[in-house]
Design a protein around this ligand. Sequence first.
Ligand code: CMX
Ligand code: CO
Length: 147
Amino acid sequence: MLTRIDHIGIACFDLERTVDFYARTYGFEVFHTEVNEEQGVREAMLRINGTDDGGASYLQLLEPVREDSTVAKWLERHGEGVHHIAFGTEDVDADAGAIREKGVRVLYDEPRRGSMDSRITFLHPKDCHGVLTELVTSAAPSATTDH
Ligand code: CMX
Ligand code: CO
């Protein structure tokens, strides 16, 4: 079951400048940063609020690290802005399977590694009324204490 907005993914050209904007304008602080080579991004997670399923909602600021990455391609076409939304679930495998059975294309056969050792998959935007949609299962809290 999908129980929270886990994050909103925002594509940007310059991660530091965008982080600075969110800090100066809203007072949001960086909770976590990492490079995800497989996804071709450098990212900053800004934690906005806790959620009643025990998780949290974040903004995920994304800067491409490779010209052939999906985010680089998207920035070239659209410029900066909202790139995707992500729903949180306790069981990404079960939810992705159930959604696939409804005829929505799930992009990965098996969930891959996402931010903070989460497990993620994506739904094709053309099957979701134009919204690239991610499903996320967070790592157990103990797995993220060293980040
Ligand atoms: N939101 C909405 N529509 C999008 C989109 C997005 N983010 N990205 C692409 N599209 C649309 C395009 O506008 C295009 O539509 P038109 O044909 O009508 O112009 C269509 O999808 C195909 O676009 P494309 O540029 O040819 O893109 P690709 O097919 O190469 O890739 C997608 C699209 C969804 C398969 C690819 O972006 C993908 O695999 N995404 C999942 C991985 C990802 O986004 N990783 C970065 C974030 C990592 C993280 O969150 O941790
Ligand atoms: Co994301």
